[in-house]
Design a protein around this ligand. Structure first.
Ligand code: NAD
Length: 329
């Protein structure tokens, strides 16, 4: 019988790409996609993939709803979980931190408890986390390894760090078969236009100003979403219980340079850039040492930043309606 895997948060950016690139092709598994369809989740993004594939199905549910999650696990008897669902926008966490704790911490706890209650020795849980749990680097610090201390600086990263630590504790305490992925900034198709790259593309296309925090010199590593998702799937198939794996795109860029590159690709003027008051607690630099994923999983990023950005811009140019639709809901 096919293994049944729960995929949470797959009406959002990274998860919807996972459905399209991996789940639809992995016909030896049954995937149940769960999403609460918050402002960041858009069912039409994955509707055709779900309805066109017998091995995929969808359930609208909130991971904060403990009773419903428990019932779902008892009925479906999952063999594994890949957990993408989260409140994911740092700016929102600064204005409304509570929902970040409710979804990212308590929601994850509900999934862990319901998974554990199945008592299935072959169960596997992949927790999708972020490089932001490590805090920030200076220009000269070496890149984050999995051994860096967990020192989150925003309510978002603190909530992700808390859920990472819960997952880790379930491995240590119950020998629960869980793996954690920590990844740098993703970009690609279907990203909600609140995040840097799609926001800048959308604004530039409408000749609106492009708000850049501080002096724009903060550094992020950028990974194309398909590369990240291959890593998540590798972790599901080959990741060792209790381990965390870093993923990065080998593409450290200053925010201002990303914005200028986008303007140049779109043939728009740099006059659209407006520097705005810096984000509170803004991390200076993220950089990833992903050598463990290379040696232990045989993973490496395949899409260069230039290639990925071109694909992303082309996608947004061809899908302006999608952007308008998701912003309405
Ligand atoms: N975007 C990045 O650059 C990045 C980088 C590293 C890690 N991550 C992590 O990857 C995961 C996915 O990120 P994303 O960028 O796709 O986020 P997203 O905001 O685009 O999507 C999140 C999805 O989760 C769903 N969701 C939110 N709260 C829920 C709840 N209570 N119950 C059920 N579903 C709920 C939303 O409806 C949405 O479909 C997150 O865990 C995030 O922390 C993201």
């Amino acid at each position: 019988m096919s293994k049944k895997i729960l995929l949470t948060g797959c009406a959002g950016f990274i998860g919807s790409n996972f459905v399209k690139e991996i789940a639809v092709n992995e016909k030896g598994y049954n995937f149940v996609v769960l999403d609460a369809l918050t402002y960041a989740g858009h069912y039409p993004t994955i509707q055709k993939d779900i309805e066109g594939n017998d091995h995929l199905s969808f359930v609208e549910m909130d991971i904060r709803d403990k009773e419903s999650i428990e019932k779902l696990f008892q009925t479906e008897k999952f063999d594994g979980v890949i957990h993408f669902a989260a409140e994911s926008h740092v700016d929102n966490s600064i204005t409304n931190p509570n929902i970040f704790v409710e979804t990212n911490v308590l929601g994850t706890l509900n999934l862990l408890n319901s998974s554990l209650a199945l008592n299935n020795p072959d169960f596997k849980f992949v927790h999708v986390s972020t490089d932001e749990v490590y805090g920030t680097l200076s220009e000269t610090d070496p890149a984050f390894t999995e051994n860096n201390p967990i020192e989150p600086n925003s309510p978002y990263s603190a909530s992700k760090a808390s859920s990472d630590l819960l997952v880790r504790s379930y491995f240590e305490t119950y020998k629960f078969n869980a793996v954690i992925t920590r990844c740098s900034n993703n970009y690609g198709p279907y990203q909600f236009p609140e995040k840097l790259i799609p926001l800048m593309i959308s604004n530039a296309l409408e000749n609106k100003s492009l708000p850049v925090y501080g002096d724009g010199r903060n550094i992020r590593d950028w990974i194309y979403v398909a590369d990240h998702n291959r890593g998540v799937w590798d972790c599901f198939l080959k990741g060792k219980a209790g381990e965390a794996y870093n993923f990065g795109g080998d593409a450290e860029k200053r925010n201002i340079d990303v914005v200028k590159t986008l303007l140049s690709v779109l043939d728009k003027s740099e006059d659209l850039i407006t520097f705005v008051e810096d984000r509170k607690g803004h991390d200076w630099r993220y950089a990833m040492d992903f050598s463990k994923a290379v040696s232990d999983l045989g993973w490496k990023p395949q899409v260069t930043f230039e290639e990925g950005l071109k694909k992303t811009v082309d996608w947004y140019l061809e899908n302006r309606e999608w952007c308008k639709e998701v912003q309405k809901s």
